[in-house]
Design a protein around this ligand. Structure first.
Ligand SMILES: [Zn+2]
Length: 302
């Protein structure tokens, strides 16, 4: 068996499975590109039109919020109907096999859970929920979608008329013509009836809630290694876990298609699309005898 990063990664996973302590997986937008949700920081990322919604703009600019909700109303359908791809299925398989433990995901699309993964910490929140910035009520996104549809008859059809020009972004945002956006009616919180609603996701420029970050660090501390999947680690909210693991001497492996911020760090890098590599790893791990105290779980040649 030739030595190489894939063999080393396989050995890392087999060893985690043998120890009964799965590695912590940190997943990013590259996991969902094969589900039709583009990664605007990855290989095709330069194609994202416009900049993502920033937190300050959402809080202080009613027109910015109108634009956000209009685009998001159109983009939601694509997020809500996206299906898990072989990469999500493979991660769920690796969890069931005990090679992967908990997941910390930067994605807000819910596709890990849809694929059957357990113990998923959604670092940047989820598009499936909406929060009221005034009273704190949490509302399912589906329910809001029905209210937005009632408040905006014909809007979805009008957006469909320009559908060939539309592209959904990983945050559920879609680029829409401004004249269409101008007529969009935003609805208020159904509980307090006045509050501003915001998707339960962490925006650019918004800090990740502290307790969530601490839970992620706790998970990292318990894990034998960190496995980054489908992330270019562009944002510090994900990259800091790589730094912490390296500082502590924990092994770090990165599987992603393209360059990452950790390329200069002492990490095991496998440059490959996750939806191709992960199912291969699952098959090869399954083919290896599972450990029952013997030597089989650790490959003899490295
Ligand atoms: Zn409210």
């Amino acid at each position: 068996m030739p030595a190489g990063p894939v063999e080393d990664l396989l050995a890392l996973l087999a060893s985690a499975r043998a120890q009964g302590r799965g590695v912590l997986a940190l997943t990013g937008a590259g996991m969902s590109t094969a589900s039709g949700i583009p990664d605007y920081r990855g290989p095709t990322g330069s194609q994202r039109k416009g900049s993502p919604m920033r937190y300050a703009e959402f809080l202080h600019d009613p027109e910015g919020r109108r634009r956000y909700w209009a685009r998001s109303y159109v983009g939601w359908w694509q997020i809500a109907t996206a299906r898990p791809n072989p990469a999500h299925a493979a991660v769920a398989d690796l969890q069931r096999a005990g090679a992967v433990g908990a997941l910390v995901t930067q994605n807000v699309d819910g596709l890990h859970q849809a694929a059957g993964s357990q113990r998923v910490l959604e670092l940047h929140g989820t598009l499936a929920r909406v929060v009221c910035l005034d009273c704190g009520a949490v509302v399912p996104r589906d329910q809001l979608d029905r209210r937005l549809r009632a408040a905006n008859p014909g809007f979805a059809e009008a957006a469909e008329g320009v559908a060939d020009q539309l592209r959904v972004n990983p945050d559920g945002d879609v680029d829409l013509p401004e004249d269409l956006v101008a007529g969009f009616v935003v609805v208020a919180c159904p509980v307090c009836e006045v509050g501003v609603l915001k998707p339960d996701v962490v925006y650019f420029g918004e800090p990740v809630p502290k307790d969530r970050v601490e839970r992620a660090y706790d998970l990292l501390e318990l894990a034998p290694a960190l496995l980054v999947l489908g992330s270019s680690l562009t944002v510090m909210s994900g990259y800091r876990f790589v730094r912490a693991a390296v500082r502590r001497g924990q092994p770090v492996a990165v599987v992603t298609d393209g360059a990452t911020r950790a390329d200069g760090d002492p990490v095991l890098k496998v440059a490959a699309p996750v939806q191709e590599l992960l199912p291969q790893l699952v098959r090869r791990l399954e083919a290896q005898p599972s450990d029952d105290g013997g030597l089989a779980a650790v490959p003899a040649q490295r």
